[in-house]
Write a protein that binds this ligand. Structure first.
Ligand code: IMP
Length: 456
């Protein structure tokens, strides 16, 4: 069977930990979208592994697959594999031949366009994600399979690189270097192709995964980013360029929707909200310079709020895994979660980081929005409309700081009562059962209510 793991908010919900935990019962862990923009931290035996591309399951000896819906930077791929090897692991990573390759000019153009866009900039990770998906849709991309074939690679590069060079130089007025040079790119990417072939890393993803399923193996489909960063269902244009939602799990792997739909879809929720990048955020606390619209005005919102934001940011380690940027933080946003539950068809929830909120007198939740004088319960379709929404809050009594490892060992009943009230509110509102509760960063610091691989 398959279990699909999806971020229900704006990324950084702690998917890596859940993937890692449930991944014990999985034989294969496949990513279906995104690329090396997806910072994920896996903690194993006190060892921290920070990855941005390689599926987290690979840390624990599972077969890790980068599906056809991913965009792959071979430089990052081999850097991460080499680093894991240096640390004594032996990761088994496969890459879909249909996945698109991030080339140096994609990275360069990502940076150039972000500068140009000013207010419309998404605050990207500058990893070239958007420009690579653009070329995929524009039918001028280079795929992993093309790296294995010298003639095809040269033909593709000779067509596309002069266009990219002209775009950078003539449209954006930038100087270009070897990242726009056909011969240099050809030599470098042929080497990557040779290494992929030597290490027998490339696969026909759908067939590879279906064969595993037919053999009775458990497959985990690991989403990166989150629902509100989805190019279709997120807060466009402040989104990433792929589909983190569960539909992406089928298109991005080559498994049929019936296969994915017969499995489980677990929504990962952070008990509050965090966001790297720009765009509105109705439940935001305080703000972050360069990312919060009208930051100067909002910072006048109150010192207490700023202080609370700083407290949550520091307690939760809310600094970008890939970029190190401080994340914006806010209270849980229920309209965002109702939208996510519908768009993904969640069968279960994992709610993380309730330990971060411990010790606060009260915990608030954006229960609904006031939008043009009306109360609404889900996100409106345009981001301009979302920016006009004002959150209507519900207040919950806080819960104390406790020994969370003990709580994890004892199970759900050991979770402080006020925290359970909070969790059950979320579960009731989304009409979805809770499968797991994250109470700390370590693998043992999770209360497991249900393991989807074991449910009937
Ligand atoms: P891109 O994916 O680098 O193009 O960035 C587009 C938007 O998605 C920006 O707002 C990023 O901050 C955000 N984003 C991309 N990857 C992640 C992630 O792994 N966690 C959180 N935000 C992300």
């Amino acid at each position: 069977m398959t279990v699909t793991i999806v971020g229900s908010q704006l990324g950084d919900e702690g998917k890596g930990g859940v993937v890692d935990l449930y991944g014990d019962a999985a034989d294969v862990v496949a990513r279906y979208q995104g690329g090396d923009n997806a910072g994920h931290t896996v903690v194993d035996d006190g060892e921290k592994y920070k990855l941005s591309l390689v599926p987290s399951g690979a840390v624990r000896g599972k077969v890790g697959v980068l599906g056809n819906g991913c965009v792959v930077n071979p430089e990052t791929l081999f850097d991460e594999i080499d680093t894991l090897r240096e640390r004594g692991l032996d990761p088994d990573v496969r890459v879909a031949e249909r996945a698109h390759v991030i080339l140096p000019y994609h990275r360069a153009l990502d940076g150039i366009e972000e500068e140009e866009k000013e207010d419309l900039a998404a605050g990207t990770t500058k990893r070239g994600i958007g420009p690579t998906y653009e070329d995929k849709a524009g039918r001028r991309g280079v795929r992993i399979g093309d790296l294995l074939d010298p003639e095809v690679l040269r033909e593709r590069l000779e067509y596309v690189v002069p266009q990219k060079k002209a775009l950078a130089e003539d449209v954006f007025g930038k100087e270009t270097g070897e990242e726009f040079d056909v011969d240099h790119l050809y030599d470098t990417y042929r080497e990557y192709g040779e290494r992929l072939a030597e290490e027998d890393m490339t696969v026909d993803c759908g067939t590879f995964l279906q064969d595993h399923i037919d053999d009775g193996d458990n497959v985990m489909l690991e989403g990166a980013q989150g629902t509100s960063l989805d190019i279709d269902h997120g807060v466009y244009p402040y989104v990433t360029s792929s589909n983190p939602t569960s539909g992406g799990a089928t298109v991005g792997t080559g498994l049929g929707p019936t296969v994915v739909g017969q499995g489980e879809v677990v929504g990962i929720v952070k008990a509050y909200l965090s966001r790297v990048g720009t765009g509105p955020l109705p439940t935001e606390l305080g703000g972050v310079e360069d990312q919060t619209p009208d930051y100067e005005d909002e910072s006048g919102a109150g010192e207490a709020e700023e202080e609370l934001a700083t407290y949550i940011r520091d307690e939760g380690g809310e600094y970008g895994t890939v970029t190190g940027r401080p994340r914006r933080v806010g209270w849980l946003d229920m309209p965002m979660l109702r939208h996510a539950a519908r768009a993904n068809g969640f069968t279960g929830l994992a709610i993380n980081h309730i330990d971060v909120l411990a010790g606060l007198d009260e915990v608030k939740v954006g229960h609904s929005y006031e939008f043009d004088g009306e109360e609404i319960f889900t996100m409106p379709p345009t981001t301009e409309q979302w920016g006009r929404c004002e959150a209507t809050f519900r207040t919950f009594d806080g819960w104390p700081e406790v020994d969370w490892s003990e709580v994890a060992a004892e199970g759900y009943e050991a979770v402080p009562e006020n925290a359970r009230t909070y969790l059950e509110y979320v579960s009731d509102e989304l009409d979805t059962p809770i499968y797991a509760i994250g109470v700390g960063p370590g693998r043992e610091e999770t209360v497991i209510v249900e393991n989807p691989y074991e449910s009937p």
